[in-house]
Design a protein around this ligand. Structure first.
Ligand code: FAD
Ligand code: NAI
Length: 469
């Protein structure tokens, strides 16, 4: 075997898990290869996930502000005209620039990039079936599986990426549908539902549970649902879709109460199925090293080690939140363990953000989780209606909530809904990483006038001395 195909680490998958693992491995002087079959680096996140969705959220938010907000602050412009082709082109240009950036980072860190499908072919071997028809076998002291996830299908509903789409189709619709039914009130459904509502679609969200966004603190989720309803998104909670038929006049859906009962019909131009994602391990050759997946398809690991020596797994393909920054944390810890260092991830400190308007962001425990665990806690809350910067900017919807241990004041969870709270949750992450107390934030000077003052005022509320509300 040619010496240049022998590696310390071969990474299969070029998403946030894989490319961050490659960068860290390169930094630590490990001879590293990355194998990606998409033809482009960046994985789901850069190509059909985080980045294109944020591009459309940003553009559609500006479109809506032009229509509904400019006149009230004294900016009179003619009614804006949507150029969807240009909006999609701008999205794609940003994505291309980002994926090229990842390619540059591979070169910078001396990582060899193989374009093709990687298959494990026994201990220490990865076959690359190149997109150009070639086949190469790489040898590896360590194989890192970072093959990510794919949309979960809904039985009885076939995705054609035209009338019935998953998130990938919903990021590239050729025209604004008159009506859009979203199946699943999770993060994808609400972000992409928001995009198409702002651009003119009538959006109805059908959710199996009797609440939206499971995992989010219930008080915040309830306020969030009301905010979205005010914007015109309709919700059918406690409802399941049992079939979808595509015909001449869009898609006919049959709905049923989740608990069973009378059926209902609903018609839509386009249906977006967003009921979660599942790990992707197709064609990976796990069986050649004796690794099997669990009942939900995840690769079982302990500190990223699979059942096979020298085979590791990170990101969406293992359990934990399916988030790009979680995949990145896994990547760094896994590679540091491979390099003999002390890699570790605190999954309690992985923040979540929903990039709608208002945004929702949180880290740590919800009130429901603390109650279920029997933890005594105190709460501090502050509304954005009382925050000067939010008021000046006419963005007063939402609040910040601190949850702190009743005895020690250690912060256990921070939950926010409001303007750009996704940018503000990092403060809570750092605080909690240091085991900080609410008083640490309450007694730290924050700049005025900023929305971050709402975080401080909420922290003050834990000891009942909120000053500005
Ligand atoms: P992936 O990004 O899925 O990458 C895996 C890669 O492996 C893929 O490119 C695939 O082609 C490749 N691959 C698979 N098998 C093979 C093989 N055998 N050989 C070679 N290559 C292979 N997360 C956030 O944190 N913030 C967000 O705002 C956000 N928005 C999202 C919006 C949408 C619409 C979607 C769908 C997801 C979003 N996510 C977001 C989730 C995020 O994209 C994932 O958590 C993240 O991409 C997981 O990274 P990963 O590296 O584990 O897997
Ligand atoms: P999700 O898990 O967030 O939400 C799925 C929703 O669908 C849940 O509310 C669930 O109860 C509901 N559901 C399940 N089966 C159903 C059925 N048969 N009928 C009706 N409703 C049903 O999954 P989603 O939104 O598909 O996102 C997948 C992943 O992508 C998430 O886990 C998230 O981590 C990630 N993501 C993250 C983003 C961010 O960080 N901003 C943005 C988009 C996605």
């Amino acid at each position: 075997m040619a010496d240049d195909l022998n590696f310390d680490v071969v990474i299969i998958g070029g998403g946030p898990g894989g490319y961050n693992a490659a960068i860290r491995a390169g930094q630590l002087g490990l001879k590293t290869a990355i194998v990606e079959m998409r033809g482009v680096l960046g994985g789901t996140c850069l190509n059909v996930g985080c980045m294109p969705s944020k591009a459309l959220l940003h553009a559609s938010e500006l479109f809506e502000a032009t229509t509904h907000e400019f006149a009230s602050i004294g900016i009179e412009v003619p009614a804006p005209k949507l150029n969807l082709v240009q909006m999609m082109k701008a999205k794609q240009d940003s994505v291309t620039a980002l994926t090229k950036g990842v390619e540059f980072l591979m070169k910078k860190n001396k990582v060899q990039y193989f374009v093709g499908r990687g298959t494990i072919a026994g201990a220490g071997k990865v076959t690359v079936s190149g997109n150009d028809g070639s086949t190469q076998t790489l040898t590896a002291k360590n194989i890192v599986i970072a093959t990510g996830s794919e949309p979960t299908p809904l039985p009885g509903v076939d995705i054609d990426q035209k009338s019935v789409v998953d998130s990938t189709g919903a990021l590239s619709l050729p025209a604004v549908p008159k009506s859009l039914v979203v199946v699943g009130a999770g993060i994808i459904g609400l972000e992409l539902g928001s995009v198409w509502r702002r651009l003119g679609a009538q959006v109805t969200v059908v959710e199996f549970l009797d609440r939206i966004t499971p995992g989010m603190d219930t008080e915040v989720a309830t306020a969030f649902r009301k905010a979205l309803e005010k914007q015109g998104i309709a919700f059918k909670l406690g409802t399941k879709v049992t079939s979808a038929k595509t015909g001449g006049k869009g898609v006919d859906l049959t709905l049923e109460p989740a608990a069973g009962g009378a059926q209902e019909k609903l018609n839509a131009d386009v249906v977006l199925v967003a009921i979660g994602r599942r790990p992707f391990t197709k064609g990976l050759g796990l069986e050649t090293v004796g690794v099997s997946t669990d009942a939900r398809g995840f690769i079982p690991t302990s500190h990223f080690k699979t059942a096979a020596p020298g085979v590791w797994a990170i990101g969406d393909v293992i359990t934990g939140p399916m988030l790009a920054h979680k995949a990145e944390e896994d990547a760094v810890a896994c590679i540091e363990l491979i390099a003999g260092k002390a890699g570790h991830v605190d999954y309690n400190l992985v923040p979540s953000v929903v990039y709608t308007a208002p945004e929702v962001a949180w880290v740590g425990q919800t009130e429901e989780q603390l109650k279920a665990a029997g933890v005594q806690y105190k709460t501090g809350k502050f509304p954005f209606t009382a925050n000067s910067r939010a008021k000046i900017n006419h963005e007063t919807e939402g609040f910040v909530k601190f949850l702190a241990d009743a005895k020690t004041d250690k912060v256990l969870g921070v939950h926010m809904m409001g303007p750009q709270v996704g940018e503000m949750i990092g403060e809570a992450c750092v605080l909690m990483a240091f085991g900080g107390a609410s008083e640490d934030v309450a007694r730290t000077c924050h700049p005025h006038p900023t929305r971050s003052e709402a975080v401080r005022q909420a922290a003050m509320g834990v000891e009942n001395w909120t000053m500005q509300a």
